[in-house]
Design a protein around this ligand. Structure first.
Ligand code: G
Ligand code: G
Ligand code: NA
Ligand code: MN
Length: 257
């Protein structure tokens, strides 16, 4: 409850930050998109992990306001980077179940799209397997509404849920993100490579882009590239960073010029 009250204060003071972790094109290893990740620096405790406060935000309902703050911040920042022609690719925003369950999300995003002047093609929403498995009819309607606005949809943490694969055929998903648990065990569990290879082929044969997350070594990067994964993301390339650092990095790399 203490954390919930502190989070409420942080929202009131507008002291949450959004950091960005670049994604890398697995063909040429250039930055091609990013994932937005919320950060909370508590005045006394320091940085508190979203793994800790997102569940609290979900339970308390603060996730609505938090999600709105994050979306406004990401749209505004990315619009600027796109105007400066610094950033190539799409930027992903995570949505948790409770955000996705609220139909007001569509109106909010549509209004924010207009007021910020973003191009919806520049953004992806990431959902987890458990989120899309909750309720079939509502899920289809929400996914279609988001798609109709021009946003892309990604299934995050793929392969970790207990759900069936049937949603891959039923839902209009553009991207599949292989959970980092698969990548982590590559060296110790040889069959894991077979799984990854087949997940990549599954995604691509369903016309989805495939992203591997949690790439921490050069060997992992080379392997995923050789397996024809489309995008790779992880500490080996870039850690999540504040927007000023992202802009400095993009200026240095001048990929898009
Ligand atoms: O940033 P980090 O890798 O520690 O994120 C931990 C978890 O918090 C991940 O599951 C991530 O998807 C989630 N998360 C990070 N930023 C956001 C956000 O802006 N909104 C939501 N709903 N979840 C987020
Ligand atoms: O659940 P989701 O995939 O949204 O989680 C994103 C989280 O993964 C972020 O908190 C981010 O900091 C973390 N992350 C990103 N790259 C790596 C990595 O290479 N290794 C590890 N251990 N975590 C990573
Ligand atoms: Na994510
Ligand atoms: Mn993930």
């Amino acid at each position: 409850l203490w954390l919930e009250m502190e989070l409420q204060k942080a929202l009131q003071n507008n002291s949450l930050e959004v950091w960005y972790q670049p994604k890398v094109n697995a063909k040429n290893f250039e930055i091609d998109g990013a994932e937005a990740l919320v950060r909370w620096k508590h005045p006394v405790e320091g940085y508190i992990s979203p793994a800790q406060f997102i569940p609290i935000a979900e339970r308390s309902g603060l996730i609505e306001q938090l999600g709105q703050v994050v979306m406004r911040e990401v749209f505004t920042t990315i619009k600027q980077l796109k105007n400066k022609k610094l950033l190539k690719g799409r930027v992903a925003i995570n949505l948790s179940s409770r955000q996705f369950e609220n139909p007001n999300l569509i109106n909010f995003v549509d209004n924010l799209r207009q007021s910020t002047g973003i191009n919806t093609n520049d953004f992806t929403f990431e959902l987890t397997e458990s989120t899309v498995m909750n309720d079939g009819e509502h899920t289809i309607q929400m996914l279609n509404a988001i798609k109709n606005l021009g946003f892309a949809l990604s299934i995050d943490d793929f392969g970790t849920g207990y759900s069936s694969l049937s949603y891959l055929a039923r839902f209009p998903l553009d991207e599949l993100k292989i959970d980092r648990a698969f990548i982590k065990d590559i060296d110790t569990i040889p069959k894991q490579i077979i799984l990854i290879e087949n997940i990549i082929n599954l995604g691509k044969s369903l016309n989805m882009s495939v992203v591997a997350e949690g790439i921490e070594t050069h060997q992992q990067a080379t392997l995923l590239s050789n397996l024809n994964c489309d995008y790779i993301q992880g500490f080996h390339f870039h850690r999540p960073m504040p927007k000023q650092e992202l802009e400095a990095l993009l200026l240095k790399e001048k990929i898009y010029l």
